[in-house]
Design a protein around this ligand. Sequence first.
Ligand code: SF4
Ligand code: SF4
Length: 147
Amino acid sequence: MTIQKPFWETKTLGEMTDAEWESLCDGCGRCCLYILHNEESGDVFETDVACKLFDAKKRRCTDYGNRSTRVPDCVRLTPDNAKALSWMPKTCAYRRLANGKNLPDWHPLITGDPKSVERAGVAVPPDLIPEGEIDDDLLESRITKAR
Ligand code: SF4
Ligand code: SF4
């Protein structure tokens, strides 16, 4: 009997179909949080402040199709830039695969259950602060963890 390997183990990011590419996103929502960079150390810190288009309860962008127009800072992940985006969460499937790692065992493509992201403690909480409700000067006080 031959065991067929899953697409993320046999294809490069650039070889994946659009559906395969989209299915890699675990829906954690952490790329929609404000982050702060320490320019001297290179460290990246995550806050509990979310992009204005982010629905924290559903963990979804509310205008995904127009995100680049409405939020020019929103980075569009591609097979070419996934490796270079070192500020993305270490758990992010795109970052992991671009850096030669496999998917974590809690990933929905492995568990078959989207809720496994929450159980693994990777998903953002629903009580985020929407941008616009906090001054930029106070962002530092909203740091939750190093990324
Ligand atoms: S960090 Fe990665 S896996 Fe999580 S929502 Fe963003 S693109 Fe998807
Ligand atoms: S525009 Fe949408 S996808 Fe981009 S950071 Fe904001 S909520 Fe996330």
